[in-house]
Design a protein around this ligand. Structure first.
Ligand code: SF4
Length: 345
């Protein structure tokens, strides 16, 4: 597991601030040859201006599909629920407005920059194009692209601006992707596993860069990752996803100190602790996540949950804050677990 060296900043005053992004009960379903696929089954996510939020979960939990749905880049299927960005309902704005929002107001960083970048165009051309599409003159777009490449740490940017993606290392390509995501000066960036393909040292450098840029621009970042170590060092708040559903949402501090959802507890107990101490028992979560085309009834985690009751097999738990708890989770037993948060017996 990799870790970022910084400690997360304190959670900013959330109560008074309107969210920049507010996703409520987001669902996505589509028909495939083998039946109905329920890719998202109730995602709740709020992000405030300048806030760094992590979405964490195992592979196939719906993290990336959530980001693609927010950007309306999922071509097939029926999206329902609510996605509000700066007061606009992204599920109902015309496609022309959505094209403006993508890149200009919401940037996107992909896991694999090589597949996201066009191999036969220079990186400078590709970054400048974001500005050119908005009517910025060619010379000005190139000047701003050069500035941005320097800002993201591309050495000798004046020469490298005309290089092609394959001429950059993995870490440098990811810096190019960050430059492309930020050149339009968005208010929010969705970063989907941006460092997964990188070695630990380069991973820390790229996350440091993202942190610095977010700080200096009051940029909100949603970081999608399967790596709790990255969440620990980067995010102020975390949403834990499983089977296309938000299972728990809390501050990063609470995630490690006072989780109340059995899935989160399982994730935490199956990893070495981020402070370097070895937990008394290193456990794994038995079984594997369900296919979105064959979700279990009731709570989707019940086949793997050591706390499951009969009720869990029949009723889908609501995403609510238990009366004695400090944050929301989707678990019938949240109230009981909130009495001894963070403990897995
Ligand atoms: Fe486990 Fe039941 Fe809670 Fe689901 S609702 S996480 S099965 S205790």
């Amino acid at each position: 597991m990799s870790t970022v060296m910084r400690s997360p900043a304190p959670v900013r005053g959330q109560e008074s601030e309107e969210p920049l992004l507010d996703v409520q009960d987001l669902t996505l379903q589509f028909h495939a040859r083998h039946g109905l696929v329920r890719a998202l089954n109730g995602v709740n996510l709020t992000v405030r201006a300048g806030e760094r939020v992590g979405i964490v979960g195992e592979s196939g939990s719906g993290k990336s599909v959530t980001a693609l749905s927010i950007l309306r880049l999922v071509r097939a299927g029926r999206i329902a629920g609510e996605i509000r960005f700066a007061g606009e309902n992204l599920l109902t704005v015309p496609e022309a407005r959505m094209r403006q929002i993508r890149g200009k107001e919401i940037g996107y960083i992909f896991q694999d920059p090589l597949s996201a970048l066009n191999p036969v165009r220079s990186v400078g051309d590709q970054i400048s194009e974001v500005l050119r599409l908005r009517g910025v003159r060619k010379a000005e777009a190139r000047r701003r692209t050069l500035d941005m490449l320097q800002r993201v740490g591309i050495k000798d940017a004046g020469r490298r601006i005309d290089d092609y993606p394959h001429q950059f290392s993995g870490g440098m390509r990811q810096r190019v992707m960050i430059a492309m995501a930020l050149i339009g000066e968005p208010r929010l960036v969705l970063a989907d596993e941006p460092t997964t393909a990188l070695d630990v040292r380069v991973q820390a450098q790229v996350l440091d860069l993202l942190w610095d840029l977010a700080d200096e621009r009051d940029l909100a970042v949603v970081l999608i990752t399967h790596d709790l170590g990255i969440v620990a060092g980067f995010a102020e708040r975390v949403v834990v996803m499983y089977a296309g559903k938000a299972m728990e949402e809390c501050s990063t501090d609470e995630l490690f100190r006072a989780s109340i959802h059995p899935y989160t507890l399982g994730l935490l107990h199956s990893l070495p602790r981020v402070d370097g101490e070895v937990p008394e028992k290193l456990m794994t979560i038995g079984g594997s996540p369900p296919s979105p085309s064959a979700l279990p009834s009731g709570c989707p985690f019940h086949p793997r949950c050591r706390y499951a009751l009969d009720r869990c097999r029949e009723q889908v738990p609501a995403f609510v804050t238990p009366p004695n708890g400090s944050h929301p989770s989707a678990c019938h037993r949240a109230e009981v677990l909130a009495q001894s948060p963070g403990v897995l017996q």
